[in-house]
Design a protein around this ligand. Structure first.
Ligand code: PLP
Length: 430
C-alpha cells in the first residue's frame, strides 16, 4: 500500500503560499478528492513521488511527454544549450530551424509565431482573425478548452443563444458578448449563430478532436461542414491543436481528417516539456501580425533558446521516426481493448472514446458526443476508479473531463499491468 506522508506534508505547506497549493487547478485533485501526489522525478513512463512511490504515467505532463519523461536526446540538447545563456530577447538561428520544421510538418501553413503557452497561442490566433476580418465575434464550442484568456471563459447563456455569460468572475459581460457558444458536433447550432450574427463573426475555434471534456471525436462530416460554412460566411476556421498537434501524426488534425484550417494553434508537444505555444497560418493571414502588420503580439521570452531546443529536438525525433505515431496508436488501441474487456466484465456502465493516442473512459451508458453527454459521466464512479488505480500505481488524469495521454515509452508489460489494475479496481468498487 502506498504511503503519502511527505505529499500530505507538502500539500499543507504549499497551501500556505500558493492558492490551493497548486499552480494549475486540476492538480489539486478537487474533482476526485484526496491529497495530490507531489512528484519528485520521472523517467520514461514512470513517475516517482516524494514518498518514493512509483506510478505508470497516463498524463505525460498533459501531453508534451509523448516519447516519455527525460527523453535522453531532449535532456542532452537542453544541457548543451543552457551553457550559452538562458535568454537573449534577440533573434537566434534556432528559431528559424524550428519554424522551418513546423512548416514542413504541418499542412497549409507557411508562417509560425512562437509564444509561451497554449493559452497565448489561442488568444493571439483570435486577435489575428479579428484583425484580418475586421469582425469582433467568434464561435467556440461548449466543453472545448482554449486556455484561460478572458474571451474563452464563457459559457452559453440560457435563453437567447447569441449572448454568452462569463463562467469566471473577473471576465466582463462586454467580453462575453463577443464569444458565441455552440454545441460540439452540432453544425445546426453553428449555422444558427452564423445567421443571427451575419457579417460579425471573425472565427470559429474548435478542438478538431476535443480532449477537454474527455476525448470526444468529431462526427463524420462535422469538420467538413464547419469548413464549408466558414468559407461561405468569410469566417476563419481555427483548429486548436494544442493537444492533437504532433500527437495524432506529423500534420495533426488537418492531416488526420483531411480538413484545412485557416489558422492552427499549438502547445504541449511543440515545447518538449518547456513552456511553449505557437500559432501558424498562411502568409495571406499571418501578414497582419506585428511587425509586418498592425495586429500586435509580443513576448519577452518568446522563442526562448532552451524552450526552442527542447521543442526542436522532440519534433525532429518525431519527424524522422513517424513510426512512433503508429506505435503509440497501436499501444493505445491495445489499452482500449483491454479496458473494454475488463469494463464489460465489471457490469459498470461505460463508454470509451479514442482517437489515435487520445483515449477516455466515461462511466455512463450514453454515447459521449458533446459536453452534455460527457457530463453524464461526471459521477461518483470516476473518483473511486481514480483512487483505486492510484493505489495500484496507475496515475490517471484526476478529472472525468480529461483524456489520458499515453507516451511511446509505455511498454506492453506496463499496459498489461494497467489493464489488470483496472480489473482489480473495478472489483474493489463493487
Ligand atoms: N487548448 C487546448 C486544446 C488545451 O488542451 C489547452 C490546455 O490544456 C490549452 C489550449 C491551453 O494551453 P496552456 O495550458 O499551455 O495555456
Amino acid at each position: 500500500m502506498h504511503q503519502y506522508k511527505r505529499s500530505s506534508e507538502l500539500f499543507t505547506e504549499a497551501n500556505k503560499y500558493i492558492p490551493g497549493g497548486v499552480n494549475s487547478p486540476v492538480r489539486a485533485f478537487k474533482s476526485v478528492g484526496g491529497t495530490p501526489v507531489f512528484i519528485k522525478k520521472a523517467k520514461g513512463s514512470i513517475l516517482t513521488d516524494v514518498d518514493g512511490n512509483e506510478y505508470i504515467d497516463y498524463i505525460s505532463s498533459w501531453g508534451p511527454m509523448i516519447l516519455g519523461h527525460a527523453y535522453p536526446k531532449v535532456i542532452d540538447a537542453i544541457k548543451a544549450k543552457v551553457e550559452d545563456s538562458t535568454s537573449f530577447g534577440a533573434p537566434t538561428e534556432l528559431e528559424i530551424e524550428i519554424a522551418k520544421l513546423i512548416v514542413d510538418m504541418v499542412p497549409n501553413i507557411n508562417k509560425v509565431r512562437m509564444v509561451n503557452s497554449g493559452t497565448e497561442a489561442c488568444m493571439s490566433a483570435i486577435r489575428v482573425a479579428r484583425g484580418y476580418t475586421g469582425r469582433n465575434k467568434f464561435i467556440k464550442f461548449e466543453g472545448c478548452y482554449h486556455g484561460h484568456a478572458d474571451s474563452f471563459l464563457i459559457k452559453a447563456g440560457s435563453g437567447a443563444s447569441t449572448f454568452g455569460v462569463p463562467n469566471s468572475p473577473g471576465v466582463t459581460p462586454g467580453t462575453a458578448n463577443d464569444t458565441l457558444t455552440a454545441k460540439y458536433n452540432n453544425i445546426e447550432d453553428v449555422k444558427q449563430l452564423a445567421a443571427e450574427n451575419k457579417g460579425e463573426i471573425a472565427a470559429v475555434i474548435v478542438e478538431a478532436i476535443a480532449g477537454n471534456m474527455g476525448c470526444v471525436l468529431p462526427k463524420k462530416g462535422f469538420l467538413e461542414d464547419l469548413r464549408e460554412l466558414c468559407d461561405k460566411e468569410g469566417i476563419l476556421l481555427i483548429f486548436d491543436e494544442v493537444m492533437s498537434g504532433f500527437r495524432l501524426g506529423k500534420g495533426g488534425a488537418q492531416e488526420y481528417f483531411g480538413v484545412k484550417a485557416d489558422l492552427v494553434t499549438f502547445g504541449k508537444v511543440i515545447g518538449g516539456g518547456m513552456p511553449v505555444g505557437a500559432y501558424a497560418g498562411p502568409d495571406e493571414i499571418m501578414k497582419v501580425v506585428s511587425p509586418v502588420g498592425p495586429v500586435y503580439q509580443a513576448g519577452t521570452l518568446s522563442g526562448n533558446p532552451i524552450a526552442m531546443i527542447a521543442g526542436l529536438t522532440l519534433l525532429k525525433e518525431l519527424n524522422e521516426n513517424p513510426h512512433y505515431f503508429t506505435e503509440l496508436a497501436d499501444k493505445t488501441e491495445y489499452l482500449h481493448k483491454g479496458l473494454d474487456k475488463v469494463l464489460s466484465e465489471s457490469g459498470f456502465a461505460y463508454k470509451i472514446n479514442r482517437c489515435g493516442s487520445m483515449i477516455s473512459v466515461f462511466f455512463t451508458d450514453i454515447d459521449v458526443i458533446d459536453f452534455e453527454t460527457a457530463a453524464t459521466a461526471n459521477n461518483d464512479k470516476f473518483p473511486k476508479f481514480f483512487h483505486e488505480m492510484l493505489k495500484r500505481g496507475i496515475y490517471l488524469p484526476p478529472s472525468s473531463f480529461e483524456s489520458y495521454f499515453l507516451s511511446n515509452s509505455l511498454t506492453y508489460e506496463m499496459l498489461d499491468k494497467t489493464i489488470q489494475a483496472a480489473k482489480d479496481s473495478l472489483e474493489a468498487m463493487k
